[in-house]
Design a protein around this ligand. Structure first.
Ligand code: ATP
Length: 233
């Protein structure tokens, strides 16, 4: 589904990613973990079109999409739930969802809204509330629902459990599990590394802009030498 080959991404003269390669297969849940500043957000930005890699290629289902705009990537089937859940706080819950569905047909949009109501009952209760009044957990669910409204073939999430109370962290992990069971393809950055590895088919460990380990979630959990890298256990 997604193939990243030899990506280098710079901020001015600083290389935040160095020769990073990664794949996500259809229906896979892939975790991306590593300490602060490792380059995880930069990698998601380089895939979603927010940042342009200086070398390397990004392919979606075999098609080279390197350097495509964020809008083009969304149309290519890649959606991002950014760090700090950037929802439109002045708009209501349902308006946020409708904006998430601008790339799909009107009939798909209305079917997807029904799906979101089922997946996120809490949103239905707050349907016409301004998103700015939602709690952190509700806002995160809205951010994920809004991304799902584009009917993505790959959903990427950047630290979805960040800043949430423990009970809401459980809600986020339950949701990732549910999306996995529905066969969705996910690439998830998480500081809660051990929990993420517990539900990942495969994962990559990033440190100082480079991939330092990859394997199944279980394999990486057994790697004691990596534990210093598993920030947020
Ligand atoms: P965190 O877990 O703290 O979000 P991360 O693994 O997502 O970290 P990035 O945010 O991708 O890491 O940052 C990778 C490196 O790039 C860091 O050294 C960071 O300081 C640097 N960096 C990030 N954004 C910028 C920017 N806009 N300009 C310059 N340097 C940046």
């Amino acid at each position: 589904m997604l193939e990243i080959e030899g990506i280098t991404t710079r901020y001015g003269s600083i290389s935040a990613l160095r020769d990073v390669s990664l794949t996500v297969g259809s229906g896979e849940v892939v975790g991306l973990i590593g300490p602060n500043g490792a380059g995880k957000t930069t990698l998601l930005g380089s895939i979603s079109g927010l940042l342009k890699p200086s070398t390397g290629t990004v392919r979606v289902e075999g098609v080279d999409v390197t350097g495509m705009s964020p809008d083009g990537m969304l149309r290519a089937g890649v959606a991002l739930v950014p760090e700090h859940r950037r929802i439109f706080t002045d708009l209501s819950v349902v308006e946020n969802l409708k904006i998430g569905g601008v790339t799909v047909s009107a009939s798909d949009r209305s079917a997807l809204i029904d799906e979101m109501v089922e997946l996120f009952p809490v949103l239905k209760e707050k349907w016409n509330t301004s998103a700015g009044f939602l709690s952190g957990g509700e806002a995160q669910q809205l951010a994920i629902a809004r991304a799902l409204m584009s009917k993505p073939r790959l959903l990427m999430m950047d630290e979805p459990s960040l800043g949430l109370a423990p009970i809401l962290v459980d809600v986020v992990f339950d949701l990732i599990r549910e999306l996995r069971d529905q066969g969705k393809t996910l690439l998830v950055v998480e500081q809660n590394a051990t929990r993420m590895l517990g539900i990942s088919d495969r994962a990559y460990v990033l440190r100082s802009g480079a991939v330092v380990a990859e394997g199944s979630g279980a394999e990486l959990l057994a790697r004691e030498d990596l534990f210093d890298t598993f920030v947020g256990n």
